[in-house]
Design a protein around this ligand. Structure first.
Ligand code: CA
Length: 220
């Protein structure tokens, strides 16, 4: 589920935004000051941050400076109509800004646009002739969709993100299935064989005797 952090010191506005987000099936957290917001971004992987500019203490620009390295998309919320704020906000690295008061539809349209841009940038991995589309849960082989079960999909994603590393069957099972089980080795082996077959990875997804499996690293 898409998770959004609302940084807004006026409780009525924060609550209203939260209601709007709920209607679009976004979950959200609210922080009413900078230090709480910093704490929140350190512990939660947000998809987007709505950041009020005018906050007591640390203002939105200062918060932006502090969280920039996390790489979260940010939309500034500003009460000022002034062009100055807009320019400053975008220069500070925000993805967009929205002027208060705003309509629910305007807010959700801006959010969707920013999320779409973000997903286009980071949701697709390429490996040889394979394209792995994380958000749409699709895998293309030579541009054609390959039918994969959800576990096969997750397993391949795990290898892609850990290219070159030897990964034990136990580690794979725990990461993808989320629990321990007696039959874990056989389950993992069966899924590996499916991946090799479906994606033509016989020479890339290697068995490492006694240790596990390794997807050879490809320089991209
Ligand atoms: Ca405010």
């Amino acid at each position: 589920m898409t998770k959004i952090l609302i940084v807004e010191d006026e409780p009525a506005i924060a609550a209203m935004i939260r209601e709007i987000l709920k209607l679009s099936d976004y979950s959200s957290d609210i922080c009413n000051n900078g230090p709480d917001a910093l704490q929140a971004v350190c512990t939660t992987d947000y998809d987007l941050i709505l950041l009020d500019v005018m906050l007591p203490g640390m203002d939105g620009f200062e918060i932006m400076d502090a969280i920039r390295d996390f790489g979260f998309p940010v939309i500034f919320l500003t009460a000022k109509q002034g062009l100055e704020d807009k320019v400053r906000g975008l220069r500070a690295g925000a993805d967009d800004y929205i002027v208060k008061p705003f309509e629910a539809m305007e807010l959700t349209a801006r959010i969707e646009a920013v999320l779409r841009r973000k997903n286009q940038i980071d949701a697709s991995y390429h490996y040889r002739n394979i394209e792995y589309q994380e958000d749409s849960h699709r895998v293309l082989l030579d541009g054609k969709a390959v039918h994969m079960t959800p576990k096969e999909f997750e397993l391949f994603g795990f290898f892609l993100k850990n290219q070159g590393l030897v990964i034990s069957r136990e580690k794979l099972f725990e990461s993808i299935w989320g629990y321990r089980s007696e039959g874990e080795s056989r389950t993992v082996d069966a899924h590996i064989n499916q991946l090799r077959k479906k994606l033509g990875l016989q020479n890339e997804l290697l068995t490492v005797p006694r240790l596990g499996y390794r997807l050879i690293r490809i320089k991209s």
